[in-house]
Structure formats: structure tokens, C-alpha cells
Design a binder for this molecule. Structure first.
Ligand SMILES: Cc1cc2nc3c(=O)[nH]c(=O)nc-3n(C[C@H](O)[C@H](O)[C@H](O)COP(=O)(O)O)c2cc1C
Length: 268
């Protein structure tokens, strides 16, 4: 993988580096002069520079927490994070957040390199937070190598974020199949296509596979998809973040300690 090797050599900690870039802070004052090109970067075409400047201006002009936000009293929060999570998801849906049940799933490979993607939440109960995917996908392979993950939810209309971290277990084939067969025909068809995260030869190849999968999903609603796996993340930490227009964000962290939940506030 020469690309991966050279990227790692150039930028060993891309996220840490990006945190210090100008323009990444919270709405800095507008600048009249553009930022100089980073040292060592190739000379840019004037049209490219205009585009880059316009892009930076766009980012700097975008706002967050620019709407009336609900208040959150951490002193009134329940002992257990689950009812609060369910309440916040319901309130996000009621506030008009589209797809409030979608979340970011972070995993890491055997060497510790992280990766993220969006997934749908299938349930949250006393066992944990449930999601499903193909066992052979990148995330599936990473979860096999390192069975721990983090989930991130962001609901902009209410300025709320939730983070859930902990070990992950894979459910057995029966529970995984039952979860899939309760879902839509489209979900079954997508699962039947399979080969998730493998390199695809052409869009025509996908179109053919998808057409066959839809046809089978309609004809056989219980069609088995052996690689499809239900995963459960067992929470060890659940953090609730309530954004505030004055930037006095409330962060309430639940940490499992010796079989009970400890609650603590965090500096924003
Ligand atoms: C809104 C949304 C919901 C998604 N839900 C799922 C899901 O529930 N399961 C899944 O395997 N992929 C889902 N995906 C696709 C994943 O984001 C991802 O592309 C795919 O799982 C492959 O990830 P991987 O290569 O990291 O394993 C969803 C994508 C979006 C945008």
C-alpha cells in the first residue's frame, strides 16, 4: 500500500495537526488577506486559489448553535444513561432532526488506526446500543481484531451530541437474521448484494447485483444473509453534550464503575 505508507510518513497525526490550523476555531474574525499556502505545497493556479479562498470563507460564514436551544439541567438527569438517551433521541425527532437514528461508528484496526462511517441505530436497551453490518466489511474486520467502538450522534436542531464507548459483541446468526428480516425489503436487498467494502469493478456490476438482490428480496423475504451481523456495543461511558449559544455547553458524562454509573460534569 504505497499511498498509505507515504501518507503516514508525511502526517503521522493528521487530526492533532488540523486542530491548530487557523480557521478551525469557532468563527474567527474575517481576514482580508488569504492565508499563505503551507510551506512545501505546490504553486496553486489563481483559479484554484480563488476556489480555496471561497471555500474557507464559506466555512467561516457557517454558524452553529444559531437557533433557540433547549436547556438541560444535569442535576435532574437520571441515574442511568439509557432513559436520557431515549428521551434525547425522541426530542430530536420531534424537533425535526432528519434521521436522528443515524450515528457515526468509530472502530480501529489491529494497529490502532481509526476509521469512521455512518450507520443506523437498530435499538438501545439494557444490553447496549445495537447496529448491524456485514462481518466481512472493513468495520466487521476491525471489530473482530479489536472488539471496541465509539458511537457519535449529533442532532443540530437541538444542539445535542451523544457519545457512547465500550466493548462490542456480535450477536448469533439467529438474532442477526431476525433483526434483518424485521427491516425493509430495501434493507434486505442491500444486505443480499453483499461484498461490502470490497473493490467494485464497475457501476454496471453493482446494478446487476442489486437488481438480482431486489428481485430475490421481494420473492423471498426470509432470504438468509450469513455475513449480516447484529452487533451490540455495551456502554462503559455515555456522554451527553448540550450546546449553548453563550458557549457554556453542558457536558454530562456517565462512567460505569464497579457495576454502577458514576456521573460527572466535563469542561466544555
Ligand atoms: C445514513 C446512512 C446509514 C447507513 N446505515 C448503514 C448500516 O446500518 N449498516 C451498514 O453496514 N452500512 C450503513 N451505511 C453505509 C456505511 O456508512 C458504510 O459506507 C458501509 O457500512 C461500509 O463501511 P466500512 O467500509 O467502514 O465497513 C449507512 C450509510 C449512511 C449514509
Amino acid at each position: 500500500m504505497p499511498f498509505r505508507a507515504s501518507f503516514a510518513a508525511r502526517s503521522p497525526a493528521p487530526c492533532a495537526h488540523r486542530r491548530t490550523l487557523p480557521g478551525m476555531t469557532d468563527h474567527p474574525a474575517r481576514r482580508e488577506t488569504p492565508d499563505p499556502a503551507p510551506a512545501g505545497s505546490p504553486a496553486a493556479h489563481p483559479a484554484d486559489e480563488d476556489g480555496a479562498r471561497a471555500f474557507r470563507e464559506l466555512l467561516r460564514g457557517l454558524r452553529v448553535w444559531d437557533t433557540e436551544l433547549p436547556s438541560f439541567d444535569p442535576a435532574a438527569a437520571p441515574d442511568d444513561p439509557l432513559p436520557l438517551f431515549r428521551q434525547w433521541l425522541r426530542e430530536a425527532a420531534e424537533a425535526g432532526v432528519t434521521e436522528p437514528h443515524t450515528m457515526t461508528l468509530a472502530t480501529a484496526d489491529a494497529a490502532g488506526a481509526p476509521s469512521v462511517r455512518t450507520l443506523m441505530l437498530h435499538d438501545a436497551d439494557e444490553r447496549g446500543w445495537h447496529f448491524a453490518s456485514h462481518r466481512g466489511s472493513r468495520k466487521g474486520r476491525e471489530l473482530r481484531a479489536r472488539p471496541r467502538a465509539a458511537l457519535g450522534f449529533y442532532w443540530p436542531a437541538v444542539g445535542r451530541q451523544v457519545r457512547v464507548c465500550g466493548p462490542v459483541t456480535a450477536a448469533g446468526p439467529e438474532e442477526s437474521a431476525a433483526d434483518l428480516h424485521h427491516r425493509s425489503t430495501g434493507a434486505l436487498a442491500a444486505a443480499l448484494v453483499g461484498r461490502q467494502s470490497e473493490v467494485l469493478g464497475s457501476v454496471e456490476e453493482l446494478a446487476r447485483a442489486s437488481e438480482a438482490a431486489w428481485e430475490r428480496a421481494r420473492r423471498e423475504p426470509e432470504a438468509p444473509v450469513p455475513s449480516w451481523t447484529l452487533y451490540v456495543l455495551h456502554p462503559e461511558e455515555v456522554e451527553f453534550f448540550q450546546g449553548d449559544a453563550q458557549r457554556r455547553h453542558v457536558r454530562l458524562n456517565y462512567r460505569r464503575e464497579g457495576g454502577r454509573w458514576v456521573r460527572e460534569l466535563l469542561w466544555p
